[in-house]
Design a protein around this ligand. Sequence first.
Ligand code: HEC
Length: 293
Amino acid sequence: MKKILLIATAFSIAVGAPIMASASPSGDLKAFRAYFKKRFPDVNLSAYKDGIYAINKDRREAWLEFEDFAPPYEDGVEYGKKLFNKAFANGKTYASCFKNGGIGIRQDFPYFDAKKGDVVTLEGAINACRIKNGEKKLKWKKGKMAAISAYMGYTSRGKKVNVKIPNDPRAIAIYDEGKRQFYAKRGQLNFSCADCHVYGAGSMVRGNLLSPALGHVTHFPVWRKKWAKKTFAKKNKRGPTDGFGTLHRRYGGCNKQVRAKPFKAQKKEYKSLEYFHTYMSNGLVVNAPGLRQ
Ligand code: HEC
């Protein structure tokens, strides 16, 4: 705790001028990238898809070994595929709800739906598909939802994140709200996402190296050792979805770290945050599911 506070003080000294003075999404994106280019001149833009492993060579080597040997998310992706292809009671499958049968489309989410006047996340579309076909909603943050989302992400590996902010005041308002969420100080520790993942990227907090926010979203849902252990401790048996969590699960975890109450998954706060956060990674390739500590 004391350490975190010390780091917080160090950050606020280092912050200086905010990097997001621009008023347009494309201007924001440019400034965001330029910041990281200056901060980590040796890291290529395309490498940011790997989170902390883009900026730390030793950790990257250990991670690649783990990833090459037998990635622990494989069973979950396989399970997600099975769920994805399993027919609903009416005989239809998820493929009927998505462009290209749901294969290789991760990079287009979240998107602004002009008819609804709202942003649609991949998980939101998965549950909307279930409801349309007379099935019950899945829980948002882990389990089957995360496995299906991980499979859909897996089929999109190599495609470039391509989030659009149309010139519609409703879309811009959601984007601006997401940006506000990202820079808002919160919790007893009074930290914003940007404090840790922009200004603090590459620093250590309680033994954790802080990842750059650029590229954060490309590998979600992720498989985390910590989450797998937690599930095992609870159930005392293993299942294919253990370890998986969606981006909103991670957002909640990061809010808790600063002793702030997390928002609910798939409500407007995290949906708008995801819209902004993902737009900032446009042009980077999807590499879900990621493998993390
Ligand atoms: C006190 C510092 C702190 C704050 C504030 C914080 N995080 Fe994190 N976050 C961490 C740590 C530590 C990790 C794990 C190591 C890493 O990947 O950065 C992490 C991980 C993540 C990851 C996963 C990265 C990956 O590659 O898998 C995402 C995404 C993320 N944070 C988003 C956010 C968002 C969005 C906010 C604001 C709502 C936020 N964080 C606020 C400390 C913080």
